[in-house]
Design a protein around this ligand. Sequence first.
Ligand code: CIR
Length: 254
Amino acid sequence: MNIAITRQVSPDINQCELTHIAREPIDYERARAQHKRYQQALRTLGLDVISLDAEPDLPDSVFVEDVALVLDECAIMLNPGAASRRPEVASVEKALAPYREIFRIQPPGTVDGGDILTVDRTVHVGISSRSTKNAIEQIKVILEPRGYQVRAVNVTGCLHLKSAVTQVSKDTLLINPEWVSRDDFPGMQFIEVDPSESYAANAILVDDTIIYPSSFPKTKAKLEKAGINLVIVDADELAKAEGAVTCCSLIFSV
Ligand code: CIR
């Protein structure tokens, strides 16, 4: 069985952290409706969706991806780079505890899950405004004995590594080459986002299908041409909080 942990949108979403985009009003009801359809898309791909209650005092808490890395062997509770987001960790840890042995990133290391892209046994970790070398060293200590390679990747111009690159099939990455280098992913093939769609590199891969936002028609056409199966969702309301589709779930097998 595959599980997706999600969390309802916080009514305080308009107080979210923003780094690379200007603040504009977020329509809470519209964000909730889009999130509900996103959860439905996860279900259509066979996932059992856990929906945690909204956290009224934690604006960014819908973005559960940032507080944990879940692998087959264990889960690592992360220490998010933004201090406002650290209280999000405890409740997600509680939800994961029945399924995985838990490890924790300790300060001064900070890392957001949005900076972690796992491809097979390689865990790529972006060095960003949120994620530090200290945290990457801690991840290495936990994962290398479990058979993973952990590699640091430079990211510029965007919030997280997964704003710049995500996996869309077994051997293919969807990438914005302005923000991350192809050279950091040896052996992989690439589909580049359309240059007019900078934020188009974020997709969720479940088996052989991706969940993909409706906002990027030109990149969507490239993906279709490459034979990728897509389930399309509207995700533009939470995009105003600098969130994309991977951010809103933690997916793992049990
Ligand atoms: C933040 O700045 O932390 C949130 N407003 C957006 C987090 C998006 N998460 C992600 O890309 N993994």
